[in-house]
Design a protein around this ligand. Structure first.
Ligand SMILES: *Cc1c(COP(=O)(O)O)cnc(C)c1O
Length: 506
């Protein structure tokens, strides 16, 4: 199984150690094995049917595997070792800001006063948790320059929805509701989805040759039927929208609002503030910028920040602080309502709070500087080996494509898969859509120069292989237990209720 192709021999090893071809639980075990041992029953045994109504008793399950505790522990521990995580290696997944999650964040989130604090505890007995949330809001206000922050939304996309609902509520109070939202073609897919969910039609604006929004083009499509522009700054090409002041002026002059997708805040935090750019609504991704865990379906957190004029519409309740007491105010008649049960994903908020407190203002600024430096180091090291469609100054990520490699029929997907053989998580691929065959690399600030150099050497090696031995890309990755799963079938037709026949298992 571990057929390491000749061409891959260099000082960088791929997956090392003992990797087993793990059977399914259904293929293991033996009748009569159990994962528990209980003392002999000292009361008379009765049949289940004698004490429970038939409707409450489930049917027997066929082929339920019978296993010992050790069988189960080994099975799941081995599977967990097939996983790739930020704790195992470099994860330059562009736009996702896969920075290291410091363990101290987990320590504080696990303090029993936080972890075991029941959300129905009365406010008077919840002062510490309320204070933490209030202060986290204050920090996010300070970092972004926004007038108010709500911590409720559970992810970036959820923050976008909350923000668009607030924009919708705002226009409702201005007389007539508007119909359109303008988005650049480099936008993340969640942006048009959030606008559409609020009933807006999405108007796309093409990026210019710099990869930016052209104010002249914007001026020609912005009108009084447009509710807002949704942009990302720096944008998904890693480039700062240099005309942002002109852009927000154009939108505001027609009564529209500026929504900023804050997923790329890592590049600019501590250096500038979004309110200075005319932003009216911003979402934060705590699981990107603020080092809380990312992936696996959450939980994440996507707080929103708003300008003063949108404050009546904030999700309720809001946390207030007066006379040394923290309280929750539910009396908010213009609020868009609740976005999340209780107050959001509290454990994630504790982690982000810890991160901000442990860095302090200087540390926050250094994060942005190092993130930009690392991305530019990679860009400067690789631009002769991979095509750079937009070669202007860039910030925290760089976007290459496969133009040079396609001559030898090696595509972005092949390059991404080959990186797995060298022990690296692939960059984001085929996004943003404005770059054909995009390879979007975001190293983040937490990586050492040694790690970046390993990655750069590998990327150069892969570019060389694409020239000299393009055939080795067929079937890459060669090292992992599973090579190229059919991702589309897995997503569209997942087999969730597979009941194997014994014959299928052998
Ligand atoms: C990650 C991301 C989002 C969505 O955030 P989630 O927390 O994954 O919902 C939106 N926009 C951009 C640019 C992103 O990178």
């Amino acid at each position: 199984m571990m057929n390491k192709p000749q061409a891959l021999h260099n000082s960088l090893t791929g997956i090392k150690g003992l990797v087993f071809n793990e059977p399914l639980l259904f293929e293991m075990g033996s009748p009569g094995r159990t994962a528990y041992s209980l003392p002999k029953c000292d009361v008379p045994e009765v049949e289940l049917e004698a004490i429970l109504p038939a409707t409450e008793i489930r049917n027997p399950i066929d082929n339920l595997p019978e296993l010992t505790e050790l069988d189960v522990v080994r099975h799941f521990t081995r599977l967990s070792q097939w996983n790739f995580s930020i704790d195992t290696n470099f994860y330059p997944l562009g736009s996702c800001t896969m920075k290291y999650n410091p363990k101290v964040n987990n320590e504080t989130a696990n303090l029993s006063g936080f972890a075991q604090h029941h959300p129905y505890t009365p406010e008077t007995l919840s002062q510490g948790s309320l204070q933490l949330m209030f202060e986290l809001q204050e920090y996010l206000k300070e970092i972004s320059g926004m007038a108010h922050v709500s911590l409720q939304p559970a992810a970036g996309a959820h923050g976008e929805l909350a923000g668009m609902l607030m924009i919708h509520a705002y226009h409702s109070t201005q007389g007539t509701q508007r119909k359109k939202v303008i988005l650049p073609d480099s936008a993340h897919g969640t942006n048009p989805a959030s606008a559409a969910l609020c009933g807006y039609s999405v108007i796309q604006i093409q990026s210019d040759e710099r990869g930016l929004i052209d104010p002249k083009k914007l001026e020609s499509i912005m009108d009084e039927e447009t509710a807002a522009i949704m942009l990302t700054n720096p944008n998904t090409l890693g480039i700062f929208e240099t005309d942002i002041l002109k852009i927000s002026e154009i939108v505001h002059s027609k009564g529209g609002l500026v929504y900023c997708d804050g997923a790329n805040l890592n590049a600019i935090m501590g250096k500038t503030k979004l309110n200075r750019m005319g932003v009216d609504v911003l979402h934060f991704n705590l699981h990107k910028t603020f080092s809380t865990p990312h992936g696996g379906g959450g939980p994440g957190a996507g707080p929103i920040g708003v300008a003063e004029k949108l404050s009546p519409f904030l999700p309720k309740p809001i946390i207030e602080h007066a006379d040394g007491k923290y309280t929750l105010n539910h009396d908010r008649p213009d609020s868009i309502g609740k976005m999340k049960a209780f107050y959001g994903n509290f454990g994630i908020l504790v982690r982000a709070y810890t991160y901000i407190r442990s860095l302090g203002p200087e540390g926050i600024k250094q994060v942005a500087e190092m993130a930009v430096l690392n991305a530019n180091y990679i860009k400067a090291s690789l631009y002769k080996h991979y095509h750079l469609p937009y070669n202007g100054p860039s910030l925290h990520e760089c976007v290459f494509n496969d133009k040079l490699q396609l001559k030898n029929k090696v595509s972005t997907m092949d390059i991404a898969k080959m990186l797995i053989d060298y022990g690296f998580h692939p960059p984001t691929v085929y996004f943003p859509l404005v770059v054909k065959g995009a390879l979007m690399i975001e190293p983040t600030e937490t990586e050492s120069k040694e790690t970046l150099d390993d990655f750069i050497v590998t990327m150069k090696k892969i570019a060389e292989l694409a020239e000299t031995k393009p055939e080795v890309f067929h079937g890459a990755p060669h090292m992992p237990v599973v090579s190229r799963p059919d991702e589309i079938t897995a997503a569209r037709n997942p087999k969730l209720r597979w009941k194997p026949e014994r014959s299928e298992l052998s």
